[in-house]
Write a protein that binds this ligand. Sequence first.
Ligand SMILES: *Cc1c(COP(=O)(O)O)cnc(C)c1O
Length: 374
Amino acid sequence: MHIPFNKPFLSGKETLYIQQAVESGKISGDGAFTKKCHTFFESTFHFKKVLLTTSCTDALEMAAILINIKEGDEVIMPSFTFVSTANAFVLRGAKIIFADSRKDHPGIDEFAIEKLITPKTKAIVVVHYAGVACDMDIIMDLAKKHNLFVIEDAAQAIDSYYKNKPLGSIAHLSAFSFHETKNIISGEGGMLVINDEQFLERAEIIREKGTNRSKFFRGEVDKYNWVDVGSSYLPSDIIAAFLFAQLENIQKIQDKRKAIWNCYFENLSELKDKIQLPFIPDFATNNAHMFYLVCKNIEQRDALIAHLKSHDIHSVFHYLSLHKSPFYADKNDDKNLPYSDYYTDGLVRLPFFYELEIEQVKAISKAVLSFFNA
Ligand SMILES: *Cc1c(COP(=O)(O)O)cnc(C)c1O
């Protein structure tokens, strides 16, 4: 039987809540279900304020506008990340300064950052890869010392923690994704978290096309006006209805995903001397966003993916180092980022989704072991 890489999970009430949203007569943004989602996140994860967006990409774009990124500003981030982490800042004219990944984990090497800081540096964007925290104390200290903003790309990091603090609650601003490949989904969807109070008022305005419409709806002004730049970043309440059904089941979803992750880890731990297995530092938790292996090189990786395909198992690789991408290779200074390239060439993600049966996890693990023991 074919095992796909991903399968979006429906917890049960998604279509019921969508129907309720539709029948309520208000299906544009900031309706009843959006408010329920906002309340859930603020009370469960103690985020100061959250705003649902149409994607994590949009939340990152809002962050770039909020910190006033302009032509020539420099933004430091890992090269081993999704394009949106960089694009959001490039759209505002920033120059991206790419940092390498850690040897033991694909996240940014916290000790590679300080030497990249110049008088033009405006922000550091960290990516909690696989939902595993970067060492945020080091990063926040650096930011304080050099007067920089920090943004967490927490797209993969729902329900994960750094020294008991929820990821997304630490930096000035954070961005989450509810794309169908994440733990909690709404098809497309995202969220901006505002932890620094100075951004509270302007974030609402930017999200509502540069108008103070949110204030108008709360009755705080008697007409709404064009007061700043902005765009349309708020999702329809239909999206929020879907998302809320997922949030009601977050514990159940996370428990099952952790069981899948632990089963993979137990079954594959004997490979630890042959290839790199996922690593969770002491300061971080595991939210079971994905299970990956890092092969020695691109040939071994391609052979593993082909071997799994012959067993009808769909595994995938990602990301391609952004500093070598066709769009950015000639825009960044010639730089050698060996660990970013190592993960680009070697990392394989195994099938990971709620409905994956433990028996299937064992079968996939067996297929992986047969490849390395051949
Ligand atoms: C998924 C992902 C994004 C993009 O999320 P969208 O909601 O699809 O815009 C950005 N960064 C990282 C690290 C991601 O994993």
